[in-house]
Structure formats: C-alpha cells, structure tokens
Design a protein around this ligand. Sequence first.
Ligand code: PAF
Length: 282
Amino acid sequence: MQLFRHIQPLREALASERQKGKTIGFVPTMGNLHQGHIALVELAKSRCDVVVASIFVNPLQFGLNEDWDKYPRTFEADSQKLIEVGCDYLLFPDEREIYPNGMAEQTRVIVPGMTDLLCGATRPGHFEGVTTVVTKLFNIVQPDEAVFGLKDFQQIAVIRRMVEDLCIPVAIVPGEIVREDDGLAMSSRNNYITKDERPKANQLRKTLCWMQEAIQQGCRDYLQLEIEGKSQIEAVGFRVDYLQVCCSDTLTSAGVDDVELTVLGAMYTQAARLIDNVSLTI
Ligand code: PAF
C-alpha cells in the first residue's frame, strides 16, 4: 500500500492508474478502523481495479461540544489493517492539507432540507462538514465509485443527493452494516460504551427489529410504534435522541402509503451517541 500525506503526489499516482484504464474505488474514513470499514474496502476491491482509502478526522463535521479531541486516532493499527485487506493507496492528510485557508474561510457545500432532519436536528452543521469534506475528497481522488457504510443511512442519502444535484460523476455504493454477535452495529464510538452499559447497548437494534416486525405484520400507526419503541429503550436506561419511521429516499416521516421504509434511531449512552437503522419494503 502506498501512503500519501499530500494531495498532489496521490493525484499523479492515480492519473497513471487511470491512464492504464484502471477503475478507482474510494473508501473515505475517519480511521479507528473496525471490521465494518474493512468490509467496505473489500466491497470496493470486488468492484474496482484500484482501491484508495482516506483517514481524516474532519474537524468541520464535529460540533463545539462533540468528541473531535477524543476521537480515537489509531494510525499504525489502521494502516496495518488496510495493508492486510489489500488496499492500494492511503491518503492521510493533515488539517492544513485539507483546509489550507482555514476552516472559517472554507467554501462550503450545503444540501438543504434533508440535513435538518434526524441527526441533522441534533448536530447542526454536521452534514455541511461531511458534504464539504467529501466533495473535496472526491475532487482529490476522482474515483469511479465511493463506498459508504449503511449504518450512516442519512449520510449516504445526503451524499447521494449532493452527487446528483452537483453532477459529480461518482457512483455511491452502500456497504452493509457489520454487527457484533449481539447485533450492536460496529462503530468507532462503541469504544465509549462502558462495561456496565455494554450488555444493553444492543437495545436500539432490538427495538428497530421489533418495529420492523410490527410493520411487516401490518401495523401502520407509526407514531404509536415510535412511542412504544422509545419506552423500550428508556426502560433499559438509555436516552433516545430520535426513533422514526421514514420514507427511505426523502427521510421524511413515512405515511401509510409509503412502500420503501427505513426506521432510524439514535440513542445516548453515558458517553456515546449510537445510531442504527433497518430498511424494509411493504
Ligand atoms: O463516515 C465517516 O467516517 C465520515 O463522515 C466521512 C464520510 C469519512 C467524512 O468525514
């Protein structure tokens, strides 16, 4: 695997791959890689000739009181995992490389509407940080395809909308959620879950599956389902941020006539905010 700290030499290496007719797959990450990320690299490898990963803990997508400072930075272990999975190129830039004019002066990319919902309601500015950095990374790597994990369902929906609206020639490929044995979705933020909380941390997943089952059995009172789902999670001691039955493509609250549904949830443990989702067709 070739490691690049700077944009220009990576661009030159990728231009030479393109000249040879190779397709380029891209997996952007913030590091602290787990099996979920590795599965995304494997998916990119199965679809493209050359795979580029990036590791950049993007300050622009963290709120003032969020965990940017303590977000786990594990570069040595991450690069070892990427070598083992057969990633070809790794971009590991510092903040000045990505934001040479400073963050305050940075041109922003804004996807209106959808970014105010769900995670966007609790984390104002978060998606603006994501779409801005992803646009920059797309312009640096110019991949044919980019792979994103479905755990961040709203992130994929927002990026898809951005790519469509701005005519960015990159195919967005979703990668399945990888889970621990008890169903907890793998996430770098699972490191923040305490030992005492861990046995109950899969409650969000359990509740989402229960809601999915109820809908499949014919329940269409989504509001009631959301209320009951919230009390299940609160009953084991976690605070719910949101739990909502949504239309899969717009992420607005689903109505009885909607067919493609995604139930999305976010809950707080003492030190972590965990998200998960399930999709279904009725
Ligand atoms: O999903 C993530 O890890 C980040 O939001 C991303 C896409 C790498 C942008 O910083």
